[in-house]
Design a protein around this ligand. Structure first.
Ligand SMILES: [Zn+2]
Ligand SMILES: [Zn+2]
Length: 439
């Protein structure tokens, strides 16, 4: 018997206030009481799970789900679901949790909006990305069972978990996908990758042929399939565990260090999409075709925008190596490129070292000019006696360098230049895409 709206016991009301401002322990005790039903409805038809999602309380949501909260309860007066509340809260981890718990992303509220549309409406783009990129595990598990006359399943059961992780990634950078492969030894084998790639092609086909055609998901599956195929080729021929592939993807051309191979590879993946009539493909081609290799936007950013619905891509901070959002470390010498951590920086150094010093000089020149300009302004203002060039001239940039240790290393041939450290980025840092494009 479903609970009635507004039929709330004293302890249940207490639970709602604990969800807002109490502890997990308190909530746990209340949920253990026989007078507390986990799916009771308040006057507006909201369940405790909806409250917790709306308040952005991840741990509370987990606890409620453990206690059997119904993730698809749809008794709210305006037809809001827990996933919609998660989207409104802007907590992408909660949106993810709801989806993993089986939330149906296609449910619409009383004015016909899905959870993703509602999140987009209030500007919670991280949640939109999460919802759009979700692919339920059961849909993949289908391929782990033999179908029709086949005795063998298309996908060995042990590969379903690792492949699912790749399918649901929201970072489509090819280097990031290689990182994900390297995380799991089961995937570091040419034959396994071929099977995964075939299954991705089948899902792509299904997305295009089903009644509710999903071009976005189809493109994502196709793209991932291309990357895995390429990796499979590398694993077949080399014993290098994909390190050569990463190097190819990162290697920058002279003189601006633009990763040409990567750009061409992503373009090629898009071009090979097997449904030429698809609107999304035509849109992508229209955006990419007129752009010279080396100019903005990169095909990776165009593809990412199309698949994740992410806006403001250029403005956010992305790792130069793996494209991960929120990279917070910067090269301590040039201070112009961003990385997740030192691992990402190390991988990029072989090619970045060719331009690091040039970038540094450029930046210092700019800083110097800015400083001069500032001084001139001050002088004009205060009419004080300040020599405009007393601190540093453009010719002694080495001595002006604040990085004594790395700067000395830098003075050697760039070939031997050692890896600088990474430091925390400040607010003024620029996105790697933006700095590359200025060349
Ligand atoms: Zn990274
Ligand atoms: Zn640098």
């Amino acid at each position: 018997m479903a609970p009635k709206k507004g039929d709330v016991t004293e302890e249940e009301r207490q639970l709602l206030s604990v969800i807002c401002k109490g502890t997990i322990q308190e909530a746990g005790i209340l949920l253990g009481s026989k007078d507390v039903r986990v799916n009771f409805l308040d006057e507006h038809g909201m369940t405790p799970l909806m409250h917790a999602a709306y308040k952005g309380k991840l741990d509370m949501c987990k606890l409620l789900l453990q206690h059997g909260a119904d993730v698809n309860c749809n008794e709210h007066e305006h037809g809001y679901t827990a996933l919609m509340f998660a989207g409104l809260s802007g907590k992408k981890e909660i949106a993810w949790l709801m989806l993993e718990a089986g939330a149906d992303p296609d449910v619409v509220n009383s004015v016909g909006r899905t959870a993703a549309q509602m999140a987009a409406f209030v500007g919670q783009h991280d949640c939109v990305t999460v919802i759009n990129n979700f692919f339920p595990r059961e849909k993949l598990d289908y391929y782990t069972k033999p179908q029709g006359l086949n005795k063998e399943p298309k996908l060995p059961a042990k590969l379903a978990g690792p492949l699912h992780k790749i399918i649901t990634t929201t970072n489509l950078h090819p280097v990031k996908i290689v990182f994900l492969l390297k995380e799991n030894p089961l995937l570091m084998e040419a034959g396994a990758l071929k099977k995964c790639s075939t299954v991705l092609d089948l899902i792509c086909e299904k997305c295009m042929k089903q009644k509710e055609m999903n071009e976005v998901l189809a493109m994502k599956m196709h793209y991932l399939s291309c990357v895995l195929q390429k990796c499979s080729g590398f694993l077949q021929n080399e014993e290098d565990k994909l390190d050569d592939f990463i190097k190819n993807l990162l290697k920058g051309r002279d003189p601006d260090c633009f990763p040409v191979f990567q750009e061409k590879f992503v373009r090629e993946c898009i071009r090979k999409f097997p449904y030429p009539e698809a609107t999304l493909l035509q849109q992508l081609v229209r955006s990419i075709a007129p752009v010279d290799v080396g100019s903005d936007p990169t095909s990776f950013s165009v593809l990412t925008q199309a698949i994740t619905g992410q806006v403001g891509f250029i403005d956010a901070e992305f790792c130069t190596t793996c494209g991960e959002k929120g990279a917070s470390k910067r090269c301590s010498v040039c201070k112009l490129v961003l990385y997740c951590d030192q691992t990402c920086q190390k991988l990029h150094w072989f090619t970045h070292k060719k331009v690091c010093k040039i970038l540094k000089e450029k930046r210092e020149k700019q800083d110097l000019e800015d400083a001069k300009e500032k001084k001139r302004q001050e002088k004009l203002k205060a009419k004080e006696q300040i020599k405009p060039d007393d601190q540093a001239s453009q010719t002694d940039e080495e001595s002006a360098s604040p990085f004594s240790q790395s700067a000395t290393e830098e003075n050697k041939e760039t070939k031997e230049a050692s890896l600088p450290t990474v430091e925390n980025a400040d607010e003024t840092c620029r996105s790697p895409t933006a700095s590359e494009s200025e060349e």
